[in-house]
Structure formats: C-alpha cells, structure tokens
Design a binder for this molecule. Structure first.
Ligand code: G3P
Ligand code: CA
Length: 292
C-alpha cells in the first residue's frame, strides 16, 4: 500500500548519492521513485537558465582552475558573468566533503532544458510521470544584473509543455515579488513560497499571514525546523488551501531528537502531516511512503 497524495521531491536530484544538480543525480532520483525532481536555477550572461544552487560557481565547479581571472572584486565567480558555452567547459564537483568522492568520475553543469529533456525522456521510457520543481535563485539579484528570470523560466517551461494549474511542475522561490511577477505574466503554474527562519518571513507566520501567501502561491516550503517550532503553520496553510513541502531531509544529517532518518520522516509525514518532503535521499522517503 502507498500514500499517493504525499510526494517525494528529490532535492538537487538524488544529491545524497551523486553531486547535486548533475544529470546523473537527476536520473538516479527518477530511478529511485521521486515524484518531482528539483533543479535550482540561475541565469548565464547570455540568458540561459542553468542548474546551480548558488549564484556563484566556485563551491560546486572547478571554475577557479578554468577561469582564474574571472572573479569579481569580492573574490567570487558569478554565473551571471559567464556564457553558456563557458559554463559547458566546467566540471561540476561534490559540495560536501563526506559525500561523493571529489575528483572521481566526471560531471557537468546542466542547462535547464537538458534537465527537462532528461526527465521527460525517462518518463517516456518508464511510463512514470515525474514532475519538475524548479527554484528561481535570487531573482532580485538577477533583475539588478539585467537578467530577469521569470520571463526566461516561462519561455522554457511553456516550450516543453508545462502549462496551466494541473501541469506536473511546482515553481518555487524565496522571493514573494518573483512569484507575484510570474502571476502578472499570466502563469497559472503551481507555485510554492519558500520560507526560512529569518526576519523577513516573520510576517507570514500567523493564520492571517499564511492566508496572504495564498494570493501568490499554492503552497509553502518552510525550513523543517519552522514546523517543529510552530506546527500550527500546517493547519493554517491547509485552511488557506496551501500545500506544505518542508526542506531538507538528509540521512547523513539527522537531528539527535529523531534518532533515525526514518523516524524523522515519519514524524513530518504522518504525525505533523505534511504533503511532501524535499530530500537528498529520495529512495528512503519513497520506501516510507510505499509502506503505508
Ligand atoms: O527549495 C527548497 C530548498 O531547496 C531550499 O533550500 O538552499 O537547498 O535551495 P536550498
Ligand atoms: Ca532549492
């Protein structure tokens, strides 16, 4: 038996096993039974969306070796300063020291279109209907750089057939203005408002505040600790018609109070009753849901 209404979101792909935001990590997530696969997105200077968590390149690529003279004055290599052709010359690397061995095998930074084509190709071959869950990273930064993200996102997803409120996609952002902009541009795609435990989100942490989110989103994506601290957020979200997808569940970073990764997942999925989880280990969440 399974819990079909709750979803497994592969956070940066199956990033507990392979370097985040690489095509192998996305493919593995698909094979492990994820319902949605998450690409974080930033823009290149020639306006291509690429799959990358940071607006900088140095934490997850070998950009320092390939382009030693291209850092800004702050010592960082910004993706927005590079063309897609230049990004293709980089190798992607594991971010965390205790995960996939750094320097082993070869990985690239995918474009968003390559990610979509991989997922859609695997869907075609397997008969599964895995969705995508793109996050616009730092839209205000990009806009200030003359690189509006919302138009770029909508152009790509519409080209690949994601249209309307039933499309197998959630568009997520930490920035309210960006989600509102997408609606102004006519998008009816499902949207999720991400929230972190910082001051700017405090205004949303009440029944009234959460109702306000429903003006521009269909769900919330809170840091999981926010739900432990304030579990009533889930009921308020549900009353406002919003889904709840907390982040991030990691088998190699389990908070002491839960004892095990599975116990932590059980707590959020079945005691607190969230609608889905962002996880680096999609196989483990899939197994929990399939047991119910
Ligand atoms: O998008 C949900 C979660 O991924 C937000 O955190 O920093 O991993 O993108 P981050
Ligand atoms: Ca993300």
């Amino acid at each position: 038996m399974s819990s079909p209404d709750k979803i497994v979101i592969a956070h940066r792909g199956a990033s507990g096993y392979l370097p985040e935001h690489t095509l192998p990590a996305y493919a593995l997530a698909h094979g492990m039974g994820a319902d949605y696969i998450e690409p974080d997105l930033v823009l290149t200077k020639d306006r291509y969306l690429i799959c990358l968590h940071d607006i900088h390149l140095q934490a997850t690529t070998n950009v320092e070796q390939v382009f030693p003279d291209r850092a800004r004055d702050d010592g960082r290599w910004y993706a927005a300063d590079f063309s897609l052709a230049e990004i293709r010359r980089l190798e992607a690397e594991e971010r965390l020291r205790d995960r996939f061995p750094r320097g082993s095998s070869r990985f690239a930074v995918p474009s968003f279109t390559e990610m979509i084509e991989l997922v859609q190709g695997l869907n075609e071959r397997t008969g599964r209907k895995v969705g995508i869950y793109p996050e616009l990273k730092a839209p205000a930064f990009h806009r200030a750089e003359g690189l509006p993200m919302e138009e770029a996102l909508l152009e790509v997803v519409e080209r690949y057939g994601y249209r309307g409120s039933e499309a197998p996609i959630f568009v997520q952002s930490f920035e309210e203005e960006s989600l509102r902009r997408l609606r102004e541009l006519g998008s009816e795609l499902p949207q999720v408002f991400l929230m972190a435990e910082v001051e700017q989100y405090r205004q949303f942490l009440s029944a009234e505040g959460i109702r306000g989110v429903a003006e521009f989103a269909d769900g919330i994506g809170p840091a999981k600790t926010m739900l432990e601290r304030q579990p009533e957020l889930i009921g308020w979200a549900r009353d406002a018609g919003l889904t709840v997808h907390p982040y991030t569940f990691r088998a190699d970073q389990v908070p002491d109070r839960h004892g095990s990764h599975e116990a932590e997942l059980e707590r959020y999925l079945f005691e607190l009753g969230v609608d889905g989880v962002f996880t680096d280990y999609p196989d483990r969440a899939r197994a929990i849901l399939d047991r119910r």
